[in-house]
Structure formats: structure tokens, C-alpha cells
Design a protein around this ligand. Structure first.
Ligand code: GCB
Length: 613
């Protein structure tokens, strides 16, 4: 293979800040394609030499790991060639999976890591485009194909894709990418969170093939007016004025039209009588097709309505109480690497559905894998979906706001066909200030513009006077559903017996969710004393009993998502006996052992479920 000389200009391009992907590639996981998961070479780069030159100066070819050459071949020809970085002889790992599992010394690494693999490719034929799509990269990724810069993406948790049609060649191709997990105060989230940064590539990598003109984005939903509405967008040279057709074969429903000058199409039809509405009890999904020119977009979509009426939440017109739990994206086991296989997610969802009698999950604190929200659709679990606008972000910074807005848009465009998603949340526990209010109001506006069929919320903090709990965050006025994280009895030393007498006051006629409450317990640590110690299973169980008693007395409370289903890794939780790097508020341990509090919540939810039937 001939070395390719990378021009300074190309390198400069590669190093400019974020290049937005211009397309959405909705339902990309349903498209034909080629998985690039599997064996990849990796190489750590703590001083970021791979993107720097001599003495740390401007980038130069000598150190670049993304060059298009097999170094062993070069060395064979030129014995005096110097290679300090040789990706092809670097160790191999399996992607997806965070680098914290690549080698013991990577456990706490934060910085730049390079990945490289080769693959054979036969051209897709004329009239096709090929996208290189990453499910996500934590936190920033620079991608190179055959030594040429392809693009950059900043922000973990949402997918991104680049059109690589022109860069692919018949035969052997080489992808290199640098993934940098380091974040600053201007990032979303900022560096300090209460969860592990799983640096690297933790979701699937695929080449996705589409016709030259294709359905890039499609949103199909049941509106509150009883009609099925579709908004679709074509991308490509023939996008304007193209005939387009929506079909839901199992319902015998079809709709035809033509895109406008920009490639957009919006239309609606009355919901067929035979339509079975999606709900946690009957998670019916339909195959939906949109055909336009050579393209056929397919998805599996459920139809239901979600609304609020006074302090009630309505699913398909009927009040529903959300029997939920929060969870992080982390598989069961002693050494998770955030590789959520369908089986790993199914195991956790089964604990919620069957174990706890739940109907709702808060996917904290960032968009989870697209397979997770698909599984929620399939198994029948309502979802709270959020972006990592967490604790303190740089409210005054225009770039930070732009990042958060992009994350929201990428999340909603990826998932707005998932019937399970009921709530979009724009922030978690953010201290009130004018700058923060303005920032979050912009995000709320974006959510409403992108999706008129769901509810908007944010996890807020309350204030306390004695035993009176007030919800006085001004953002309440902008939300459909109020949500409060409350930890009396854990972060306060109130006796647990006092919790039921706390009184909640609402400033508005809106539903409330307790989006978090919880207490740490180390599985297997028992304390039989009348007043058990914190961190014991008995303390956590009693905390749940008392908090649930309090919850039962709040008339406008319409849901719970206690913190949290499973113990999760958190570098800030270093109590040497009880935590050892884990937040222990799980109802199950990191390996899936149920703690006493699990049964307490399950009993409460079973009663609520029975009462609803
Ligand atoms: C919170 C945060 C959550 C933490 C939790 C805790 O309020 O929203 O991310 O993990 O409390 O355990 O303190």
C-alpha cells in the first residue's frame, strides 16, 4: 500500500472544532449495512502526540497515527524508516466497550486513545451512498478513513454519521479514530458527575448504505387529535418534488403525497379503527414503511397519546401512575464497560417489569443506547429520556448552549418514533439563576419544536422549611410535569420515622414525579438494631417504607423513579468499606443481588398495579 501524504490543509481541517453531521439517518439501525464491531487496534496517547508535531508544535506527518499505510510493509522496504506509533502492531480489543476494560492501567485514564481497523469493501454500486455511523463516542471523536479526515463529533451519548462514499475504495480500507474523554467546565456534562466516564466507543459502529436520495428523517405519531401524522425529510439530488408514500400494512393504511421544494413532506390520516394503542400492558408495534424513489424507510412504531390534565398524566386518555425506577447505562457485573447488549438490557428491564411491577424507567442522565429504547417499546416500559445538563454547566457560555441544543436535537431525532418515550427532560438538579433559567427555556423551546406529542420535564430541587417542602423553582411554569429529586433521611439526618409527616406544597396545578429518592446500602451488610445504621440493607428498606408513606400522601404525585435500580460505578464514592468506587443506592447490587428494599418497592408497586386494574 502506498503512503498517502496528508496536506497541511487537510490536517488543519481535521483539527478544526466540531463538524456537524448534516443528516439524521433516522432508524439507521433498521437499514442494511455492515457492522464494524469486533477487533480494533488501540493505542493510548496521553500527550496527544498523534495530533501534534515536533516538540508539541503544529501537526506533522511523522507522528500521525491516521496515516494510510501499513507500517510493517513500509519498514520492509525502508529499513531506516522510523515509526514510533505502529497501530497495526498495537494491542487488539473488542469494540464496543469502554477502554477502562482494555487493560488494568486504563482503569482511570482520561484523555486521548487511538483506534484502528481495516476492512474489505466492495463498492455499493452507482446511485448509493455509504455512511460511517457511530452509536456514540465518549467524549469527542476525530475520524479518518484511508488517511483522510472525515469529521469530528463532540458529545457522548448520541449517534453521528459521515458520508464516506467518496473515500471508500475497492479492497482494503482503513479507519482510524482518536477518542478523547477529557472534558472542561464548558462541556456537557462538565467534568464532575456522579457516574463513571466510560471513555471510548461503547456503542456499535456501522457502514450504512442508502440510495443517493433517501428518507433521512421521519416522525410518525398518533396526535392528540386522533390522527396519525407523518413528517418526513428526504436528502439527496432528487429530494424536491418526489412522490412519497407511507404505509402501515397491518392496518391497511396508506397515504401518498409529494415532497416540497426542500424535500419535506407532512401529512396525516385518521387513525384506523383497528389500531391497537401501545401501552405498557399491550406494547403493540406496527411495521411502518415510507417509500420514496429508490428508498424504503422502515421502522417498528407504536401509537399512543400522552397528555396532562390538571395534575394528572394521561396515557391514551386515561390517568396513569408511573411506577418507575432510575437506571444508568451500565451492565450487571463486577467490571462493566458499558457494552449494553440486548441481553444485558433485557436482564435489567426484566427486574423492573416483572420484579418490581414497574411500568416506567428513568434513563439517567443522558441518552442511552438506541437498542435500549427499542427494547422499552417492545417490552412495554414508559421512558423518561434526558440529556446530561447536570448540576452546573456554563450557563453563560454560547458554545455550551449550542452543544446542549445539538444533543437534545440528536436525541429527539434518533428516538422520537419510540412509543415508550413519554417525557423529555432538559436538566438534572441545576441551581436556579437567571442565566440557567434562560438556558433551560431555550432547550424547552427546542423540545417543543421537535416533538409536539410528548411532555417536557426537568429534575429540580425543592426548598424546605421545617417539614414543609416547597416546589418554588421558577422553571415549573415552563414544564408539563414537575419533577423533584428529594433525599430527606439520606443527605439529612432526619429520623426516618419523621419522613411520612413531611408535607409537599405545589405552586401550580400540574403533575409531580419524585424523579429521585434513595439511600445507599451495601448488599449483605445487615444491622438488626431498632435504629439501623446508614449503609445497611435495613436502613435502606426502612427509608423506602417511610418515603413511600410520605409519597402516598401527596395528592398531585403521579409517578416515582427512585434512585436507582442497580449499584453503579462512581469515582467520587470512595468510602473504603461501603462504597469502594460504587454508588450503592441500587435496589440490586452490581452483580444483581436484590437488597431488602427491592421487596419494599415491589410490594408498593404491586398494590398500585392491582388498584389500577
Ligand atoms: C442526585 C443526582 C444523581 C446522584 C444521586 C446521589 O441527586 O441526580 O446523579 O447519583 O443524587 O446518589 O446522590
Amino acid at each position: 500500500m502506498q503512503p498517502i501524504t496528508i496536506s497541511w490543509c487537510a490536517l488543519a481541517l481535521a483539527l478544526t472544532p466540531f463538524t456537524a453531521s448534516a443528516q439524521t439517518l433516522a432508524a439507521a439501525d433498521m437499514r442494511p449495512g455492515r457492522s464494524l464491531d469486533g477487533a480494533w487496534h488501540w493505542s493510548v496517547d496521553p500527550y496527544r502526540d498523534g495530533v501534534a508535531g515536533f516538540h508539541g508544535g503544529p501537526p506533522g506527518e511523522s507522528t500521525a497515527r491516521f496515516q494510510d499505510r501499513i507500517q510493517a510493509d513500509e519498514a520492509e522496504k525502508r529499513p531506516n524508516a522510523l515509526f514510533e506509533f505502529d497501530m497495526q502492531r498495537s494491542p487488539v480489543t473488542h469494540l464496543p466497550g469502554s477502554w477502562i476494560g482494555h487493560a488494568p492501567e486504563m482503569r482511570y485514564y482520561q484523555g486521548l486513545v487511538w483506534y484502528q481497523r481495516t476492512f474489505d469493501w466492495q463498492p455499493a454500486g452507482p446511485g448509493k451512498r455509504v455512511y460511517l455511523r457511530f452509536g456514540s463516542a465518549d467524549h469527542a471523536a476525530s475520524v479518518f478513513l484511508n488517511g483522510k479526515p472525515v469529521g469530528k463529533h463532540v458529545g457522548a451519548f448520541t449517534p453521528f454519521a459521515f458520508d464516506v462514499t467518496a473515500l471508500l475504495r475497492p479492497g482494503s480500507n482503513q479507519i482510524t479514530l482518536g477518542v478523547d474523554s477529557a472534558r472542561t467546565d464548558r462541556d456537557v456534562p462538565p467534568p464532575v458527575t456522579d457516574w463513571e466516564t466510560y471513555g471510548g466507543i461503547t456503542r456499535s459502529i456501522r457502514l450504512v448504505t442508502v440510495p443517493e436520495t433517501f428518507v433521512d428523517d421521519a416522525f410518525v405519531r398518533l396526535g392528540r387529535d386522533g390522527r396519525i401524522a407523518v413528517s418526513a425529510r428526504l436528502l439527496g439530488p432528487q429530494a424536491a418534488g418526489m412522490p412519497i408514500r407511507l404505509a402501515i400494512p397491518a392496518l391497511g393504511a396508506a397515504l401518498e403525497g409529494r415532497t416540497d421544494g426542500e424535500g419535506n413532506w407532512t401529512a396525516s390520516l385518521a387513525a384506523p379503527r383497528a389500531l391497537r394503542r401501545w401501552s405498557p400492558d399491550n406494547p403493540t408495534l406496527y411495521d411502518v414503511e415510507i417509500a420514496a424513489g429508490a428508498d424504503r424507510f422502515t421502522d417498528r412504531i407504536g401509537f399512543r397519546t400522552i397528555a396532562v390534565q390538571g395534575d394528572r398524566i394521561l396515557l391514551n386518555g386515561k390517568p396513569i401512575f408511573l411506577r418507575g425506577i432510575s437506571m444508568h447505562e451500565e451492565e450487571l457485573g463486577k467490571d462493566p464497560v458499558r457494552a449494553m447488549s440486548p441481553a444485558a438490557t433485557r436482564a435489567l428491564f426484566a427486574e423492573i417489569k416483572q420484579g418490581l411491577h414497574g411500568n416506567f424507567v428513568r434513563l439517567a442522565h443522558y441518552p442511552h443506547d438506541e437498542g435500549t429504547t427499542r427494547l422499552a417499546d417492545e417490552m412495554g416500559l414508559l421512558v423518561w429520556s434526558e440529556v446530561p445538563v447536570y448540576w452546573r454547566v456554563a450557563w453563560d457560555d454560547a458554545d455550551t448552549l449550542a452543544t446542549a441544543r445539538r444533543m437534545i436535537a440528536e436525541n429527539i431525532r434518533r428516538d422520537r418514533n419510540r412509543a415508550a418515550i413519554m417525557l423529555w427532560s432538559v436538566a438534572n438538579e441545576t441551581p436556579v439563576s437567571d442565566a440557567r433559567n434562560a438556558f433551560l427555556r431555550t432547550l424547552i423551546g427546542d423540545v417543543r419544536a421537535l416533538d409536539d406529542s410528548r411532555l417536557v420535564t426537568a429534575a429540580l430541587l425543592s426548598t424546605r422549611q421545617g417539614k414543609v417542602m416547597r416546589i418554588d423553582d421558577p422553571l415549573v411554569a415552563d414544564l408539563d410535569v414537575m419533577a423533584i429529586n428529594t433525599y430527606n433521611g439520606w443527605y439529612s439526618d432526619d429520623p426516618l420515622a419523621a419522613l411520612p409527616s413531611f408535607e409537599w406544597r405545589s405552586p401550580v396545578d400540574k403533575p409531580l414525579i419524585f424523579s429521585e429518592f434513595g439511600a445507599d446500602a451495601l448488599h449483605g451488610y445487615h444491622d438488626a438494631a431498632a435504629a439501623p445504621h446508614k449503609f445497611s440493607e435495613e436502613y435502606q428498606a426502612e427509608y423506602y417504607r417511610r418515603t413511600l408513606e410520605m409519597a402516598a400522601r401527596v395528592p398531585f404525585l403521579q409517578g416515582l423513579s427512585p434512585w436507582i435500580l442497580k449499584d453503579f460505578r462512581s469515582p467520587r464514592r470512595q468510602h473504603p468499606v461501603y462504597q469502594q468506587g460504587w454508588n450503592r443506592k441500587g435496589l440490586i447490587s452490581e452483580t444483581g443481588q436484590r437488597k431488602l428494599a427491592f421487596a419494599v418497592l415491589a410490594e408498593d408497586y404491586a398494590k398500585r398495579e392491582k388498584a389500577e386494574r
